[in-house]
Design a protein around this ligand. Structure first.
Ligand code: LLP
Length: 439
């Protein structure tokens, strides 16, 4: 997919860059991001919403992959940005992302984070609970500012790729105000009574890696029902409805996501149907895709090292990374596909399992993948690692986090340096009383 292909040398090429050359220049493990594919996904969202005729914002959920260069791409493509911490906010601001298009999420924003965001004059806070509502009002009042607010609500819909959406259960969530038990309506009343808060509307997020449209449509229906009640009983009208992220991508054969345009059309059609006649006009629709913007644009390149064959049982092939750069298989049993990137044209010869290098049996990247007979020094490319890989990477075993490169039109640009040994101990302090004494 994207700009990937096998070149005449039999090497995987992404964005016109031969991965064997990328390895020579940057080393492995290496995260490779297909810039054109990221841009294409951004445009698919922007174009599909533009075609709907509704007012909209597409906020890239930066938790999926937050680095300054990615913030630049999102800005260039006209997207807004969803941040959930001072770190993501700082990254965006340092990248020059326009503050008025930044939305701040999270169920426990600290006073410091709220101050930082207010000082930057971000576009909107997604308020999660009553404690935050009071805190935000108090800090905004101190600063003599009025801030835009959405209230996060739980519409009682929870959807995931591997099981159908469920219309119950979501009430028991750490996020947001329940629309089923009156707490969301009370929050709306309270928020609109606050002098320094400007209530724009509500936010709902129903899950991640979702393939069907039904969950989103049901969420729209529920939120519209709530909006109608709020209008009738409180006389308050929502000008914005944010429907969160969660749009699925294809990791492996058998995954059946829809096209971006299909998700967007399902949502905007549902909005036109269910919000008709509630207020003076239809609300602006915001979404927050993360995975579906960057997921399939990312590839992780590893060098194969050792292997171990257990006759009649399994062959383990180990790479120079693992759960430190991609914790998803260990955390969620996520599945990935891989190719032998320096011999990409060759037919598969054996079934092997790809192990990481961490001291932990669970550090497996792929169970049972068919590959040509791999040798030490061969390159393995694992596909669809653009989302929730770099952003969830760790230094377990004091392994250095890999570099990230953007590739396009035969050009590669380093966007995150590989960590150095110095970085690993940069924050360590040895108290003088136990310091090694010079002899
Ligand atoms: N908006 C909100 C409020 C969210 O909580 C999330 C994801 C998104 C947007 C973006 O969702 P996306 O479009 O990326 O599905 N670490 C997990 C995924 C956690 C998602 C958390 N929230 C993984 O690796 O699968």
């Amino acid at each position: 997919h994207g700009t990937s292909r096998i070149n005449d040398a039999g090497h995987l090429e992404i964005g016109g860059c031969d991965v064997t050359e990328l390895k020579a220049e940057y080393g492995t493990p290496l995260y490779i991001v297909d810039e054109q594919l990221v841009r294409r996904r951004c445009r698919e969202y922007m174009d599909a919403f533009a075609a709907s005729g509704l007012g909209f914002q597409v906020a890239y959920a930066s938790k999926a992959f937050s680095v300054m260069a990615m913030c630049r791409l999102a800005d260039e493509e006209g997207l807004s940005l969803d941040v959930v911490s001072d770190g993501e906010l700082y990254t965006a601001l340092q990248a020059g992302f326009p503050a008025e298009r930044i939305h701040f999420h999270g169920n426990n924003k600290t006073p410091d984070e709220i101050e930082m965001a207010l000082d930057a004059r971000i576009g909107c806070f997604v308020v999660d609970n009553l404690v935050e509502l009071e805190l935000l009002q108090a800090i905004a009042a101190e600063k003599n500012q009025t801030v835009n607010v959405l209230l996060r609500v739980t519409p009682g819909v929870e959807a995931h790729a591997h099981h159908a959406y469920a219309a119950t259960g979501q009430t028991d969530s750490k996020f947001g105000f329940d629309i089923g038990n009156g707490s969301a309506q009370e929050a709306v009343r309270l928020a609109s009574s606050k002098a320094n808060l400007k209530l724009l509307g509500v936010h709902s997020h129903i899950g991640s890696q979702i393939f069907e449209t039904e969950g989103f449509q049901l969420a729209v229906e529920r939120v519209a029902g709530f909006a109608r009640k709020v209008k009738e009983e409180l006389g308050i009208e929502f000008s914005v409805v944010n429907l969160g992220g969660g749009f699925g991508i294809r990791y492996v054969e058998g995954d059946t996501p829809l096209q971006v345009s299909e998700y967007v059309a399902a949502i905007t059609d549902a909005v036109k149907t269910h919000f008709a006649g509630i207020g003076s006009k239809l609300p602006e629709i915001w979404v927050e895709p993360g995975r579906s913007i960057v997921g399939d644009a990312g590839t992780t390149l590893y060098t194969i090292g050792t292997s171990k064959e257990i006759p009649g049982v399994r062959k383990y092939v180990a790479v120079d990374g693992g759960m430190t750069d991609n914790p998803r298989p260990a955390l969620y049993e996520s599945k990935y596909e891989a190719v032998l990137a320096n011999r990409a044209g060759e037919q598969p010869e054996e079934t092997v399992s790809i192990a990481g290098k961490c001291c932990e049996s669970g550090d497996m990247l792929i169970w049972d993948v068919e590959l040509p007979k791999a040798e030490s020094g061969d390159l393995l490319a694992v596909a669809c690692t653009g989302a929730y890989n770099y952003s969830m990477a760790s230094n377990y075993n004091r392994i250095r986090r890999p570099a990230v490169v953007f590739v396009q039109n035969g050009q590669s640009d380093l966007v995150v340096k590989r960590e150095s040994h110095g970085d690993i101990i940069a924050n360590d302090i040895v108290p003088a009383r136990i310091a090694k004494q010079p002899v």
